[in-house]
Structures are given as C-alpha cells and as structure tokens.
Design a protein around this ligand. Structure first.
Ligand SMILES: [Fe+2]
Length: 370
C-alpha cells in the first residue's frame, strides 16, 4: 500500500508536531507493519468513562499475597505465561533440581543474587540479570540473599536474539556479553559446599513429577554445542537512541519468541532536536497486548508508580504518557527508568490472583488535571 495523506501532517513521525497538537500512531504488526500518524488537538487517552472489560490495568505485583518458592501466574495465553516468584535464602533447597518441560524459562531478577547449578555448568546472577533457561535443562538456584523474579515462560518456541538489521551484530547488546555456564566452577562449588543433588522435579502440563537418583545429577564432565543456558545483565545492554527522533519500543527488543517479544527500557538521554517528541508517542499498537514491569528508577511517563508494579495495556485503545509527564518534559534531559516489556500477539488472560492488587482508578490517570 502506498502512503497517502490528508490535512495537516508531518513528513517525519514523532517530529515537528504542530504546537498544541498531539500525534497518535496507529500501527500493525508491532512497529513493523503499515502505520499512520494522526495529528489531533487532544490526546485520544482523554476518555471520561469506560464501560466494559477492555481497559488499561495497573497491578501492584510486589505487594501481592504469595507462597515463597512457588511461581505465581499473572498473565497467560498459549504462547507465553508471565509469573512472579519470591525465594528466601533460608528456605531454598540446594540439593533439589528443577526442570521445565513446558517451555523455555526466562527469569528476570528484580532483586537478589546467587548462583545456578546446571548440567552445563555454573551461572551467576544479580539484580537486573536475565537468565535464559531452555526447556528441559535441569537447574538448581542457590541464593546469596532473598530474591524476587519475573518469570516469562515461552511455551511455543525457544528464545532467540532479535533481528539486528542495519545496526549490525553488536547493537543493543553484544552476544559476547552473555554469561556462559562454567563447568569447572560448578564442580568446585559442589566440592566446597558438599552439594549432592539427587532429586529433579519436572514440570509437564503444569504438574510436577519428581525423579530421584542415588547420586548427584550434576555430573557432566564436558559438553559442546549451541544449546545451553546463559545470562544477560541489563548493565550489558546498550540502549539505542537518535538525538533527532524518538525511536519506537522495538529498538529495545532483547529476546524474541513465537507470539511475543521481550524488550528492556533503560536510562538514556532524551532527544535533543528542538522539534523532536521527547516522551513516548501516543499509539495504538493494534495487534499486540502490552505488559510493562517496572524494575527500577524513576518512571517519568507515568504518575504514582513504584518498582515492582506492572501495567497491562490490551490492544484496542490508544495509550501514551500521562498529562503531567507531557507538561514536565521540558525540564528533563534523560530517562532514569528500567522496565521489562512483554508484547504479545495473542490476547492475554489475567489470572484472578491479580484482582486483589489492581489499582482500580488507573484508567482515570490520563484525565486532564490528574
Ligand atoms: Fe505501547
């Protein structure tokens, strides 16, 4: 389809928006499909009433009731399940192992630190680490301190690196930054701490089965191949920016799987061109439900947020920054936020456990004067 235009329009998205006007992007296939930019005198987020189930949601995940050591499901569809998990150093079981036969597990460490025994060797993690544990890889967490994870389970495919296109192999992150499993270190730790893991709990169809052995299951003496668990820390992500124009969220894509992507928002300088939009643009991401987990920092585009909160913006209506953020943007030169975004092709179902921590008035937060 060729481009077509009517009335007042700009020749570059997110730039040169007429004074006292707002741009709204309406796009297909995330930020890769047919797209148009509408210029409007007011943002389309100025609804005064919403009747029906479709609405923006905000959940205070960090304060939800939970059972330590168990995954608490939050959101799900047939491609992905998003859960959270709290772990206490004192109740962890370094002599037991876990294997997920339902899918690949991407753990994101919201806080905490420790090491992970795997059949491929030892991994280490800390606050801000992604841990990509492929399907059926046996592993055991050993915590240095109480830890909290966002758990993103890919149930229809394995995780892949994003297409890097014209920015090349090393953009956003260099694959050399992956934390690889170290077999020698693992055997050393086993010896030092006298660790003998004899039980493996396997999750299949969300039901656990425990396999027991007479001796330690972490007995690999060597391996080769391109299938193995690894870590990636947010400090090793190099956010891409243009000083001239606001880049779409897809510029921050960290992992890709069938039916969804995982992106990471990081501190970065704001655009410096005088006519560049400096807040996330109002948009309808028509084909994707959007989940944002707030990890750390100052969440400048939203009011009244704290770390450990999560938003769900289902496809079907536009979203964008809050009025106060738009007003205050002139005084800012950089963002200071760390957040994990999950965009899903299929509609997400909400686990009833989230109801008790939903911030009910969130849908009103775009109203003028809020
Ligand atoms: Fe969005």
């Amino acid at each position: 389809m060729h481009q077509y235009s009517q009335g007042r329009y700009t020749t570059q998205g997110h730039k040169g928006i007429p004074d006292n006007h707002f741009e709204e992007e309406q796009g297909r296939k995330g930020f890769f499909g047919p797209v148009s930019h509408l210029i409007k005198p007011q943002p389309s987020t100025r609804w005064t009433q919403i009747d029906g189930p479709l609405r923006p949601h905000l959940y205070d995940v960090i304060n939800m009731n939970h059972t330590v050591g168990q995954w608490q499901r939050l959101l799900f569809n047939s491609h992905v399940e998003v859960s959270v998990c709290w772990q206490n150093k004192s109740t962890s079981m370094p002599n037991e192992a876990f294997r997920n036969a339902d899918g690949d597990t991407l753990y994101f460490c919201h806080y905490g630190s420790g090491t992970i025994l795997t059949e491929y060797g030892l991994l280490t993690f800390s606050k801000g680490s992604y841990i990509n544990m492929p399907k059926c890889v046996t592993h055991t967490f050993i915590y240095n301190e109480d830890s909290h994870f966002l758990v993103i389970e890919s149930r229809a495919s394995f995780y892949r690196e994003p297409e890097r296109g014209m920015v090349g192999r090393n953009a956003f992150y260099d694959p050399a930054a992956f934390g690889k499993p170290d077999l020698e270190q693992m055997h050393e730790l086993k010896k030092q701490k006298n660790i003998k893991v004899i039980g493996i709990s396997v999750k299949k169809m969300d039901v656990m089965t425990r396999f027991e052995y007479a001796d330690c299951v972490y007995d690999t003496v060597g391996w080769k191949g391109d299938f193995f668990p690894y870590t990636l820390h947010v400090n090793d992500l190099m956010p891409m920016i243009s000083h001239r124009v606001h880049l779409p969220p897809s510029a921050h894509t960290t992992f890709v799987a069938d039916g969804f992507v995982v992106c990471t928002f990081l501190p970065r300088p704001l655009e410096s061109d005088a006519d560049a939009l400096k807040v996330p643009f109002y948009h309808q991401n028509i084909d994707y439900d959007e989940v944002l987990f707030y990890h750390d920092g100052n969440f400048f585009s939203r009011d009244n947020l704290h770390a450990g909160m999560m938003t769900l913006h289902p496809a079907g209506f536009p979203h964008g920054p809050h009025p106060k953020a738009v007003k205050n943007i002139g005084s800012k030169t950089h963002t200071d936020e760390y957040a994990v975004m999950i965009d899903t092709w299929q509609t997400l179902q909400v686990d009833p456990s989230l109801n008790s921590v939903e911030v009910q008035e969130y849908w009103k937060s775009w109203m003028k004067g809020t």
